[in-house]
Design a protein around this ligand. Structure first.
Ligand SMILES: Cc1cc2nc3c(=O)[nH]c(=O)nc-3n(C[C@H](O)[C@H](O)[C@H](O)COP(=O)(O)O)c2cc1C
Length: 220
């Protein structure tokens, strides 16, 4: 591949518009919560597809775009994922996580039962491509895969929030069962399962405090 520059001249926004755009986004994002209690109500599929397309605009190490988003709506597949995830989570909560981790999770009120995996109308299972396989069977290393896929998932969650949809970042560890269940190739490793839908009518979330801007910002 060779370097091929093309012009890039996006319009500059007036300062007032720039400020109000991002202030509005900030307000929306401050309302984002990880939801673990979903309504089975359908959600607009185009919004979910567009959110995945937004995620795929993320920057990536050497532009390798090392991600695959598997969109699961089939209830039988969701049921199988839930069964396998709960089996892993049970082992985790029974001691694999260790006392310190379990203590950190206590304020979230989570346990090994994961109804969101069957209640939410969609699961987006995000895979990271640890390496690329070419058509001749050759293997090529990908760079900064964790960082790239993490940024893409952040953009996915932002887009879903902008669409008024609820989501959870779920990482049932270990996640090898996801690649096997969903028939993914050997260069892909599951990164997260993201249930998407509307919150259940009786949804509750843990009362958590976010750090203020002052606590996270260092100005020099
Ligand atoms: C990398 C990562 C892994 C997470 N894994 C889980 C998980 O396996 N199960 C779960 O219920 N929540 C999981 N969460 C959600 C966090 O618990 C949640 O983001 C945090 O408590 C803050 O709550 P909020 O998202 O409502 O602001 C995960 C979040 C991140 C970023």
């Amino acid at each position: 591949m060779t370097y091929h520059p093309v012009p890039y001249r996006p319009a500059r926004l007036p300062a007032a518009e720039a400020t109000s755009n991002v202030a509005e986004l900030r307000q929306r994002m401050e309302q984002r919560r990880s939801v673990r209690m979903f309504s089975p109500d359908p959600v607009p599929e185009d919004a979910v597809l567009d959110a995945i397309a937004v995620a795929s605009t993320a920057p990536s190490g050497a532009h390798q775009q090392p991600w695959t988003f598997v969109l699961v709506s089939d209830p039988e597949v969701r049921r199988t994922i839930r069964e396998a995830a709960e089996a892993e989570e049970q082992i985790s909560y029974d001691g694999r996580l260790g006392d310190e981790w379990l203590e950190a999770l206590r304020p979230l009120g989570t346990d090994a039962v994961k109804p969101h995996l069957t209640d939410a109308p969609y699961l987006i299972v995000v895979f990271q491509q640890r390496f690329t396989l070419d058509s001749g069977g050759g293997v090529h290393k990908n760079y900064y895969v964790d960082e790239s896929v993490g940024i893409a998932v952040g953009m996915l969650l932002t887009a879903l929030q902008v669409a008024g949809l609820a989501a959870l970042t779920h990482t049932p560890s270990p996640m090898r069962f996801l690649g096997e269940l969903l028939g993914r190739p050997r260069n892909e490793r599951a990164f997260a399962v993201i249930p998407v839908g509307y919150p259940a009518d009786d949804c509750v979330v843990p009362d958590l405090r976010r750090k203020s801007l002052d606590e996270v910002l260092v100005r020099i």
